[in-house]
Design a protein around this ligand. Structure first.
Ligand SMILES: Nc1ncnc2c1ncn2[C@@H]1O[C@H](COP(=O)(O)OP(=O)(O)OP(=O)(O)O)[C@@H](O)[C@H]1O
Length: 263
């Protein structure tokens, strides 16, 4: 894929992205595009290849073959840090929060604001991190009653909100959420969904992996369906419905009509 072949509004594009684990074909020839400000859902049955795809585009793993173009050029992510440095942030099912730290410390985990260095020691800018946390929560419409409480003392929904606020604070180009509400109750789910809507209003590009059809139709512009490691459908929300999507997920519709390059 030549760099200039990408539209200028394309944030991320994969071409022929393939991942094999020994003999397991977890991801086969995935062609995927997401543009600026777009919210795209990835759906598919268990084992369809959704998480494998996300691991390749977040630098957690290196693909077996295929290309990833990000922000205008072909990239090979060295690791997750490399992807993060370029502006891709993901909220994974295991939230990677530190249980014994408070909200600002978790938001800045690994990226702490330093006030000054004293020999080998770094003195953290606690006030700066607290202020930046308040701003980040405001920007993402995340409501956390007490910034000083440790993660251990928070509900599942609040933890998820902290993880999302962290993602949204540092993701300059692309946010990825892997099943963000799978473990949450009704109210907590509503809160997370509100945050996703706010991110849409803020013009952020977002990939949402979800099994929840209502949520997907509520929150995204486009639905990409994975089945047995392949992308079998790329559907504009306005041109499809839940039954149609389920048909692709289960294989009742084969996706043979899903033309290469139709993205
Ligand atoms: N590290 C690995 N080693 C071997 N096989 C793997 C590995 N990771 C995933 N797989 C296999 O690759 C296929 C795709 O798995 P993946 O986890 O990407 O699916 P998924 O769509 O994310 O499923 P789920 O909804 O259950 O999370 C499955 O057959 C899975 O068993």
């Amino acid at each position: 894929m030549s760099d200039h072949a990408m539209g200028h509004d394309v944030v991320l594009e994969t071409r022929g992205l393939t991942k094999r684990y020994g003999g397991v074909h977890a991801l086969e020839n995935a062609n995927f595009v997401i543009r600026k400000g777009e919210h795209v859902a990835i759906m598919g049955d268990n084992g369809a290849g959704k998480s494998t795809f996300v691991r390749q585009i977040t630098g957690v793993e290196q693909p077996t073959s295929g290309e990833i173009a990000f922000d205008g050029s072909v990239v090979n992510f060295d690791g997750p840090l490399d992807a993060r440095r370029r502006g891709i942030e993901a909220v994974f099912q295991n939230l990677a929060l530190a249980d014994d730290l408070d909200v600002p410390s978790n938001l800045f985990l690994g990226r702490e604001k330093i006030k000054f260095n004293l020999g080998p020691f770094s003195i953290l800018d606690g006030k700066g991190m607290r202020e930046a946390t308040l701003q980040a929560l405001k920007k993402t419409a995340v409501k956390i009653p007490n910034l000083s409480s440790t993660i251990r003392h928070m509900s599942g929904g609040q933890r998820q909100c902290v993880a999302i606020a962290r993602t949204a604070t540092f993701a300059s180009k692309l946010i990825i959420m892997d099943e963000p509400t799978a473990a949450l109750g009704v109210q907590e789910t509503a809160q997370v969904e509100n945050i996703v809507r706010t991110l849409k209003n803020n013009g952020e590009a977002l990939i949402l992996i979800s099994h929840n059809m209502r949520q997907v139709f509520d929150l995204v512009d486009r639905i990409v369906v994975f089945r047995r490691g392949r992308i079998v459908a790329n559907l504009n929300k306005s041109e499809t419905d839940g039954q149609d999507v389920v048909a692709y997920i289960t294989g009742a519709k084969t996706g043979a009509e899903f033309a290469e390059g139709a993205l």
